[in-house]
Every structure is written in structure tokens, then in C-alpha cells.
Design a protein around this ligand. Structure first.
Ligand code: IVH
Length: 676
């Protein structure tokens, strides 16, 4: 009989082999029952002989204990981003620039890879064993999410073969498949949890769960495409061979990569891949073109420490599709704005079925001369809501105007029937009735949303249910739900545990600062930034309530339209009553004292972008303000630092271009001397 050490090693090998066969090769070797039996045997062995636990044991995949917060991890080699090329000409310019430095590139060949749209990670392997996995972070330093990455079945815990460098970082993109994303959202909807916005954010968010079991339940996957092994010899010479090597070691590699001899062939293959992308079960936002010989990578080098010269992301213009506009409908927003939207003959755009799209406002409908029955062009760029671009050109051209009547904006609110208002100099049309059911629903949902009071678990479905059951009629009623717990439990979709969580979240929201409350109240024209300016200037609701429009418009950054809207809001008796009730119910009506000279961030200005690991952007802004700093929306030379999270976009580029320091959440917390 084998000793426990040998048996444990054997079990690990068997289980990891089965994992690889199941996840990567899609050819299961063991039945589920067999797998479970071996797995439990290994678990028991490890429990009895803790010294036999190894970092590569498959038992880690079920998820370690939740972490308090993530440790920082400094990458051996910075994680770079990629320059973009939006068309053939830009791709050719990229080659021209490279050829001026290294003429050989024109004939060296290129690999083309699908550019996976997920969350970038770096996996460190020491002596072939997965030891640390980290997010990209700011490129230099990321977060150690090893325990979470171990739950991803396709990530090899120990490499196959032998030819690996002693120490290396394998780079890849963690993603959530489109089908798993849809399934997750169905589950979440049924459980009354907020749905996830898109697969990319869902992947990034799932990776940064403090509890690895949550990460595990999300069903993440990964594709790997790059190796950094500083100071060591890689026994492969081309990117193409590198991909094959990664696959041989057990890493999942996106299967549609190809090798082309030159740029002319690249153009053709890129077009083929573009057509393929919508059909894939994973989000892809372009094709990465890479110079094939690795020797030339070293020669070409990088631009700053931002982008390699040897690779470029060929991105595609957002897809435009033609479909029939069936009907124009109107949604009433929380400010009473009537938002026209198009009900479309369903059409697939970028792999997503689109059946409604925004029409923005009535003036644009008139300007574009759009009517129900028209064929229209619809687009969806990234995660942006689909929009109608205009009428599609037809073979016969446009029907002559005289046969068409134009679309008439309504003069009554489609929800409550009140006569609509059209403020001077505005394109929007408004329902003036503050009790309009359409407005009430939207305003309560906004009040509870993440950027506002952040009451988790209170989205459209539940607000609608609460309104219908007459348990609430306005936002103040939320704070009296505590006394209506029995009635809550009687509603469908309100189980004991989730009701308790909801009530706790409502209670918790009472502490939000005045700026957050002001934004949450949904005063017309008052966004998060305006609310902060108001709160900081007046400090207390008391003082703001009494302010005249003229006083308010003296605040820097507050224009006359905002000032009028704010004064108008507080002049309304219903609103006065509401505020009074909220105050009685125990909501915080003060902004933490932050005179310009107080606090560790006094005199500093920050911009926050991307998804931070633990704070929402609104919470990060609160924290900065509470420490005496300012938060603005755009990066300028005056910005003290840009706080970046995952998937930062153009603001990061701008900060780099202006030389504005870039910091992460942990650094922000340090500077603000705050705990997350
Ligand atoms: S190469 C030095 N290849 O896109 C290596 N990146 O916008 C530079 N990505 O941070 C990256 N698929 O997370 C490369 N086949 C692929 C990729 C890929 C997705 C991501 C990666 C990178 C981002 C740049």
C-alpha cells in the first residue's frame, strides 16, 4: 500500500488531469461521482496530514475562507495596455512606425488573437506551481486574488511538461461567458438581487469578491496569451509557438488565433475574425495583432511603460443594424422628463438581441424625421444603451415629406395624464406632477441606487412590489418599513433573510452625508457633483433649505438653472414635509466638516475612474470629501491624482498624457487615513 504522501500526490495528479480534461479539453475523463470520491479522499488525507497540503492541491479550488481585504501584489514586469487601431490605415501606420525602427517587421509575420473583453490577470508560477494570481491594478501593482483564481477550474495549479521557466508570470484575461452571464442574471433576478450590468464588469467584480466561494459560484473562465520570465530563457521563439506552449502546459488558449505572413493577409484575417466575434460565447472587443518573432519584441520595446510596440488592438466600429421601428413609447423619468424610446423588431447587434432603443428626446425625433413603421439604423456601442441613429437609407430614398405626418410629442403625461411642461431653452418635456406614479417609481429606484443612498437589494422589481402593495408611497416610507415586517414577508420574493438584509441596508443608509442625500432626492439638474458643492457650501440641510436662488448661484460651479431648481424644490410644501419627515426618521442632514484647510487631503483634487475593489465611486468620493479633498469628473493638470480601478478608460490615458499621478484604492485609503 502507498504511503499517504504518495497517495496524496497521485490523487492530485488524477484530479488535476480530470479537471484539465473536463474544463480545457471538454472531454470528461471521470464521472462526477468518481471525481467526488477521489476529491473527498484527498480532502480527508489533507485534513489528517496537514503537512501534505500543497499550494497546487485541487482542494483549494472549492474556495478558502473569506479575506478581510486583498494584499497588494507587485508584478515582476509591469502589465501593459495596448494601443488601438480602428481601421486598416491605422494598422498600416502602426507597421510603418515599427518598420522605421526595425525594418524586418514587415516580413516577420503576425499572430492574430481574439481580444477577450474581461479582467486582466497575472498568474505567477514558481517551479511550475501556481503561487500567486493578481489583478492588473495600476499595471505596476495589483491585488493578490490567488484564492479566487484557484477556484477557476481551468487554471492549472501545477503545469504539465517540464520546459517551463523557474519563475514566470502568465498573463491572461478572466471572463464570464455570455451564457453564464445571462444565467447568473436570471438567478439573481429570481432572488431579488440586483442584476449585473455586463459580462466584463461581472468578471472584474467576481474576481474581487472577498469570499472565494462567491467567486467560485460565478463560473469564471480564462484565456492566456502572454508570458513574462525576466532574465530567463524561453525555449520558444515566436508568439505563435508561445501560444502552443501555453496550451501544452495546460493553459486555456483562445482557439481562433492565426499566423499570417504579412499585413495584407492580416487585413483579410482580421475581417474574418470580426465576423466571427458576435458568434462567440465570450465578449471580444477586437483582434490583437502581434509581431510573431519574440526576438523582435525585445528590439521594438515599449512606449513608456504603457504599451508594447509589438502589439496593437485592432478595434471595430460599433455595429449598426437596420430594423423596423414598431412603436414610439414614452417612459417618465424621476425628474418627470418624458423619455421617448423605440420599440423595435428584435435585431441582433454584437451578439445581443435588441428590442428597445433610446430616441433621446422629441426634438431629435423631429429632426431625424422618424415615424413608427420606418426602417431605422440602430447601434450599440459597448455597454452603452442601444440608440436609434436615424432612418435607414432605402433604395427608393425617403418617402416624400408630404405623405408623412410627423411624430407629435404628447401634451399629456402618458402615465398620469397631467398636462406636460416644456421649460424654455430645454429640449426635454416634463410631467409636472410629483405624485405621478411613473415619477415616483423612478425616483425611489434612483434614491436607493448605488451612486445615491446605496440601499442594496432595492431595485425596480422590489420598489414596484412595495408601491403596489401600498407599503410605500415615497422615499420616507422606506424608513418605516421596519414596523411593517410582517406585511413585507407576505409579499412574493421577500424571504425572511432577504427582508432582514434589506431592512439593515435601509437603516445603514441613514448615515449617508448630506451631499449623498441631496443627490438621492433627485432635484432637477442636481447631479452628484452639484450635490457635493451644495452640501459643502451649506454644511447643513437647515441652511440650504432657507437659501435663496441668488445665494445658491454664488457658489462656484453652480449655475443659475441649478440654483433655481434647488430653491424651487425647497419652496414646495410637499418637499418641505418630506425633508422634515426624513429628519425625524433619523437621517443624517449634515456634511462632515471639511473646511478647505482641514483633513489629510485638504487642498487636493481627485478624479475616480474604473471599478474599485471595495468602494463604489460614490463612496470613494464621500471619503475624499470627508478627508478635506475635492472630487471632480475630469482629469486636468490640476488633478492631484487619478484613482483608478479595473477597466479604467480614457481618463487613465489622459492622466498619463498630462503626467498626473495614478493611484489605486489602497493608496487612496492610506492618504485619506481611512479604512475601507
Ligand atoms: S497582449 C504585453 N493579447 O487587452 C501584453 N492582450 O487593452 C499586452 N487582452 O491588458 C496584452 N486579449 O488584458 C493581449 N490576446 C490578447 C488579449 C489581450 C485580451 C487584454 C489584456 C490587455 C488589454 C489591453
Amino acid at each position: 500500500m502507498k504511503g499517504p504522501a504518495a497517495r496524496a500526490a497521485e490523487l492530485r495528479r488524477l484530479l488535476e488531469g480530470a479537471n484539465h480534461a473536463y474544463y480545457v479539453l471538454d472531454k470528461p475523463e471521470l464521472s462526477d461521482a468518481e471525481y467526488d470520491r477521489l476529491f473527498r479522499e484527498l480532502q480527508e488525507l489533507e485534513a489528517k496530514h496537514p503537512e501534505l497540503r500543497t499550494p497546487d492541491s485541487p482542494t483549494h479550488r472549492i474556495g478558502a475562507e473569506p479575506a478581510e481585504k486583498f494584499r497588494k501584489h507587485r508584478h515582476l514586469v509591469p502589465m501593459l495596455s495596448l494601443a488601438n487601431a480602428f481601421n486598416e490605415a491605422e494598422l498600416a501606420e502602426w507597421e510603418d512606425r515599427n518598420a522605421r525602427l526595425v525594418p524586418e517587421v514587415r516580413a516577420a509575420g503576425y499572430t492574430l488573437e481574439v481580444k477577450i473583453d474581461g479582467a486582466a490577470v497575472s498568474l505567477t508560477y514558481a517551479a511550475g506551481v501556481f503561487t500567486v494570481g493578481a489583478t492588473r491594478g495600476n499595471g505596476i501593482e495589483g491585488e493578490d486574488v490567488t484564492a479566487n483564481l484557484r477556484t477557476i477550474g481551468v487554471i492549472p495549479l501545477r503545469l504539465k511538461g517540464k520546459s517551463w521557466p523557474k519563475l514566470m508570470e502568465v498573463r491572461g484575461e478572466v471572463y464570464l461567458s455570455k451564457s453564464r452571464f445571462a444565467e447568473l442574471n436570471r438567478e439573481r433576478e429570481q432572488a431579488g438581487e440586483p442584476t449585473l450590468a455586463n459580462p466584463r464588469n461581472a468578471a472584474a467584480g467576481s474576481l474581487r469578491q472577498l469570499d472565494p466561494k462567491v467567486t467560485r459560484s460565478r463560473g469564471l473562465r480564462i484565456f492566456c496569451f502572454h508570458i513574462e520570465a525576466p532574465g530567463q530563457k524561453l525555449t520558444v521563439e515566436t508568439q505563435h509557438a508561445l501560444l502552443e506552449r501555453l496550451a501544452a502546459w495546460g493553459f486555456p488558449v483562445e482557439p481562433h488565433h492565426t499566423l499570417v505572413p504579412d499585413l495584407a493577409h492580416a487585413h483579410v484575417e482580421v475581417a474574418k475574425l470580426e465576423a466571427l466575434l458576435p458568434e462567440l460565447d465570450y465578449g471580444a472587443d477586437g483582434v490583437v495583432v502581434k509581431v510573431n518573432p519574440l526576438r523582435l519584441h525585445a528590439e521594438l520595446g515599449t512606449v513608456g511603460d504603457r504599451e508594447p510596440r509589438w502589439a496593437v488592438a485592432r478595434k471595430f466600429a460599433p455595429e449598426v443594424r437596420v430594423t423596423k421601428l414598431k412603436e414610439i413609447r414614452i417612459n417618465v423619468g424621476r425628474t418627470g422628463a418624458l423619455n421617448p424610446y423605440a420599440v423595435l423588431e428584435p435585431v441582433e447587434i454584437g451578439g445581443v438581441t435588441v428590442s428597445t432603443a433610446t430616441l433621446h428626446n422629441f426634438e431629435l425625433i423631429a429632426a431625424k424625421d422618424i415615424l413608427p413603421g420606418d426602417l431605422v439604423e440602430v447601434t450599440r456601442a459597448g455597454e452603452v444603451i442601444p440608440q436609434v441613429l436615424g432612418r435607414a437609407p432605402t433604395a427608393k430614398g425617403r418617402p416624400p415629406r408630404k405623405h408623412r405626418k410627423s411624430f407629435e410629442p404628447p401634451d399629456k403625461c402618458p402615465v398620469c395624464g397631467s398636462k406636460v411642461e416644456r421649460p424654455k431653452d430645454e429640449v426635454m418635456v416634463y410631467c409636472p406632477n410629483v405624485s405621478c406614479p411613473g415619477r415616483v417609481l423612478e425616483s425611489i429606484v434612483h434614491f436607493a441606487s448605488r451612486g445615491a443612498m446605496d440601499i442594496r437589494g432595492l431595485g425596480y422589481e422590489r420598489v414596484r412590489a412595495l408601491l403596489e402593495a401600498k407599503l410605500i408611497a415615497n422615499v420616507a416610507d422606506l424608513y418605516e418599513l421596519q414596523q411593517k415586517k410582517l406585511q413585507l414577508l407576505a409579499l412574493e420574493g421577500f424571504a425572511e433573510k432577504s427582508v432582514d438584509q434589506l431592512l439593515a441596508a435601509i437603516e445603514d443608509s441613514k448615515q449617508r452625508p448630506l451631499s449623498t442625500l441631496l443627490f438621492a432626492l433627485g432635484i432637477r439638474h442636481v447631479g452628484a457633483e452639484g450635490a457635493r458643492l451644495l452640501a459643502r457650501h451649506f454644511g447643513r440641510m437647515e441652511r440650504l433649505k432657507k437659501a435663496k436662488a441668488a445665494d445658491i448661484s454664488e457658489i462656484r460651479g453652480i449655475g443659475p438653472a441649478i440654483a433655481e431648481a434647488v430653491a424651487g424644490f425647497f419652496a414646495e410644501p410637499r418637499n418641505q414635509e418630506l425633508i422634515q419627515r426624513l429628519e425625524k426618521l433619523g437621517l443624517n442632514m449634515k456634511e462632515p466638516a471639511t473646511s478647505e484647510r482641514e483633513g489629510p487631503l485638504a487642498g487636493q483634487t481627485y478624479v475616480v475612474t474604473g471599478t474599485l475593489p471595495s468602494l463604489s465611486r460614490a463612496r470613494a468620493a464621500e471619503l475624499i470629501e470627508a478627508a478635506g479633498g475635492h472630487v471632480t469628473d475630469s482629469v486636468s493638470k490640476k488633478t492631484t491624482a487619478l484613482v483608478v480601478g479595473a477597466d479604467a478608460g480614457s481618463k487613465l490615458d489622459k492622466a498619463k498624457a498630462l503626467g498626473v499621478p495614478v493611484i489605486d484604492e489602497a493608496e487612496l485609503l492610506r492618504r485619506a487615513r481611512a479604512k475601507p
